[in-house]
Design a protein around this ligand. Structure first.
Ligand code: PXG
Length: 298
């Protein structure tokens, strides 16, 4: 923690060491709340509106009424980024259910807690982007949408954390999670894409649909948009392990990871074991997009 940082907490900017939330906050007691992770590039907040939309959709899904409008949240976030002079960094925005009592009943929490942190970001090492990442599938299944929908970016990330612990223990930085049907859903904190080649040699970029039980990633959406612009055919399709082991290329997308090539899955080489050309094209297109899209906020 950088003690110099100014944290937005319930309407005020406070020094990081004073930014404290009650142990009776249901975000802490039950993981009852929602959040967003957003990037700042060149003083621009990348796809801020899309992140705000998703934050408010997540809140609606858990019956949480944010204490401010989306427009007010946007201004508060921009103020926090500007106050900390974050030219390139990461924003964490949180609405938790708020201070309540020890029971589950959210009616005992009169006001949601709002937190906005704008800070530096820790990235994967550059080798991963040059040589590709090694990932595994883990035993932990992604939560079923009818039990706890992965489309909700809730503070309850235990499903993802259990998967993350499995891959860390196996010595790799990310993992593929299957859904209850045994199909590929997503990674612990990233979405997944493959380049599929059919029997006639035609290439298609494929990613699991939202119905596979995933978070509808903002980076995923930006990459789909870029692929369409570049004339690469894209399809949201259910993927099996067979499909991903036989992919010509694979990569992950996420706010923190951006576009990261995957060259090994479950100890199988993907394609020729090197980041592929379509992945390279999309990595470059994404890098250009993120540096130029939007307006500086300070
Ligand atoms: N799936 C899951 C489960 C995520 O949490 C993504 C996909 C990618 O979505 P975006 O919108 O970022 O393209 C996420 C988001 C971290 C970290 O520290 C990762 C996320 C969120 C918060 C922290 O690795 N990933």
């Amino acid at each position: 923690m950088n003690p110099e940082l100014q944290i937005y907490l319930n309407g005020e900017l406070v020094p990081a060491h004073e930014a404290k939330v009650s142990v009776y906050d249901h975000g802490f007691l039950y993981g009852d709340g929602v959040f967003e992770g957003v990037r700042v590039y060149n003083r621009r907040i990348f796809r801020h509106d899309a992140h705000l939309e998703r934050l408010y959709r997540s809140a609606k899904a858990i019956w949480l009424t944010p204490p401010m409008s989306m427009a007010e949240m946007k201004v508060a976030t921009e103020k926090t980024v500007a106050a900390n002079k974050i030219e390139n960094g990461y924003i964490r925005a949180i609405f938790s259910r708020g201070f309540g009592d020890l029971g589950l009943d959210p009616r005992k929490c009169p006001t949601p807690t709002t937190v906005i942190i704008a800070d530096a970001i820790k990235l994967y090492p550059p080798e991963v982007y040059e040589e590709g990442m090694d990932v595994i599938t883990v035993a932990t299944r992604r939560s079923r949408p009818d039990v706890l929908n992965p489309a909700i970016k809730s503070l309850n990330y235990l499903n993802n954390i259990l998967a993350k612990i499995e891959c860390i223990r196996a010595g790799v930085p990310e993992c593929i999670m299957l859904n209850d049907q045994g199909m590929v859903s997503e990674c612990s904190g990233d979405n997944i894409f493959i380049v599929h080649q059919d029997l006639r040699g035609r290439l298609e970029l494929r990613t699991p649909p939202v119905s596979a039980g995933i978070l509808e990633g903002i980076t995923r959406d930006a990459v789909i948009q870029l692929a369409e612009k570049l004339g690469i055919s894209v399809a949201e399709k259910d993927l099996s392990l067979f499909d991903i082991y036989n992919a010509k290329e694979a990569f992950l997308t996420g706010t923190a990871a951006e576009v990261v090539p995957v060259t090994r899955i479950d100890m199988r080489e993907i394609g020729d074991g090197k980041p592929g050309p379509i992945t390279g094209q999309l990595m470059q297109a994404y890098a250009e997009l993120r540096n130029t899209e939007g307006e500086p906020v300070f």
